[in-house]
Design a protein around this ligand. Structure first.
Ligand code: ZN
Length: 467
């Protein structure tokens, strides 16, 4: 949706200039045989905004993936992680690093901007030594320090950002507001843009330096990548789908180890704590068979997790209601949408369609009679309208009486082609308000409708109209 809408546009000269500057600043290796000095590339965001983004999306991510939530494991990861992040390059902003274990056997890990790092239990179970686990963590920490996520976003969106944003006005506004200005509605997908091979190489090099400075065997990270690649034979480890394997990965890391003067004297490879945690994690019940890491931003649509059973209040001057706490609300004029992440799907014609969630809006019926229009007549007009703009839509049931916010209402059940493919069910509820026909449409794919029914019912039952 993002790319389609802007297809054909080219970067403005301002943006081209900025991108050129970024290329120059991106990576600068010193000529002397010393460690490689790496700096974050071009970025429209401040480090503080990286933290703000990471914080916001970490809570959303944790609703979507199976967290292990085991204090013993998370404490161990944090102790190890904080030993590593105490050895970052001088001048690194104070990111609030935190490390959490994901209950997923796939060998993978990921980082959100600002220091929110997630390690799958599969990494702990696959690592031979603490240094190998530390290597994966140092690699993720390096993505944070080098600000690769927001650098990717900056490069991808610089040309469509308002001039005020490029001019530095970004510092004052809320990050979500700024993303909205840039036409990025699904902020989370944007943070999962795939890293480039250059990003990967940089994270390897900085990760190797962090391992060295912390006193670990600096070759351990590359050894681990080599090992999981060798063991995966033809079915590459998930890690490499999100962290593309750079050319000459091992050679490049070895080169950096040479620049550092070889492994540090008395370097550490393993610890009794690691062996204990590995054994403990291995003894835990098997992980649920579910893809844990959210998919990287591309056209591939994800299936959102069904509502969790918790609710949030929404209140405007026109309406108040409760909606699932794992959903977000989006407002556009007098139309509101409540939907989970991943609910907006490109319909294949460049339009964004809602595949899951609820739309709340008001329809103005035409009325030539002079007397007040009836609820039934107004609802028929709305239905005609919907059938006209959705040629595949069918009415399953209609004109069933119910109550909405203490008023007489009508309910109808419709079916339509889902933008995800297959059919969807649409539950329409209408009632008359002073400014027209107020309506709610609840949408879910037919085969998943049952998982959403309770959330739809709760939203409808909780709807009130403030006087
Ligand atoms: Zn990576």
């Amino acid at each position: 949706m993002k790319t389609k809408r802007h297809a054909g546009k080219r970067p403005t000269p301002v943006a081209s200039l900025i991108l050129a500057v970024a290329l120059v600043l991106g990576i600068s290796a010193t000529a002397v045989a010393d460690r490689t000095h790496l700096k974050p590339g071009f970025n429209m965001f401040s480090p503080q905004q990286d933290i703000e983004l990471g914080k916001k999306y970490s809570s959303e991510v944790e609703h979507q993936i199976p967290m292990l939530n085991d204090p013993k494991v998370d404490n161990y990861l944090n102790q190890l992680g904080h030993r590593l992040d105490a050895h970052l390059p001088p001048g690194t902003p104070a990111y609030p690093f935190q490390y959490k274990c994901v209950n997923d056997m796939a060998i993978n890990a990921f980082a959100l901007p600002g220091g929110f790092i997630y390690i799958n239990r599969g990494v702990i179970e696959a690592a031979d030594t603490e240094a190998q686990l530390a290597g994966v963590m140092a690699h993720e920490t390096s993505h944070v320090v080098l600000r690769h996520s927001t650098n990717q976003v900056s490069k991808a969106y610089a040309w469509q950002a308002p001039l005020s944003v490029l001019g530095g006005a970004l510092g004052s506004g809320s990050i979500v507001g700024v993303l909205a200005q840039m036409g990025i509605s699904s902020g989370m997908n944007m943070l999962f843009l795939k890293y480039s091979r250059t990003d990967e190489s940089q994270a390897d090099i900085l990760g190797t330096q962090i391992l060295y400075d912390t006193g670990y065997d600096p070759r351990a990270m590359a050894q681990f990548f080599e090992k999981i690649q060798a063991e995966s034979k033809g079915n590459p480890a998930e890690f490499f789908s999100d962290h593309p394997n750079p050319d000459h990965r091992i050679e490049r890391v070895d080169e950096e180890v040479q620049k550092l003067g070889g492994p540090p004297p008395g370097y550490k490879s393993d610890s009794p704590e690691f062996e204990q945690i590995k054994h403990y994690v291995h003894s835990l019940p098997p992980a649920p068979k579910q893809k844990a890491v959210p998919s990287k931003g591309n056209s591939e649509s994800t299936q959102p997790a069904p509502p969790s059973g918790g609710y949030l209040n929404f209140q405007s001057s026109d309406v108040q209601l409760r909606y699932p706490d794992t959903w977000s609300n989006y407002g556009q004029g007098s139309t509101l949408a409540f939907a989970p992440q991943g609910a907006l799907v490109d319909d294949g014609h460049g339009n964004t369609a809602l595949a899951y969630g609820v739309i709340v809006s008001t329809f103005e019926p035409h009325n030539d009679s002079g007397s007040a229009i009836s609820l039934g007549a107004a609802t028929d007009q709305l239905l005609q309208n919907m059938l006209h703009s959705n040629p595949q839509m069918r009415v399953v049931r209609q004109h069933e009486s119910m109550q909405l916010g203490g008023q007489a209402a009508l309910s109808a059940l419709l079916s339509n082609d889902s933008p995800k493919g297959g059919r969807e069910s649409d539950w329409l509820v209408t009632t008359l308000r002073p400014n027209g026909l107020f309506y709610i449409v609840c949408v879910a794919p037919q085969d998943e409708y049952n998982s959403y029914k309770q959330a739809f019912q709760t939203l409808i039952d909780s709807t009130r109209f403030p006087q």
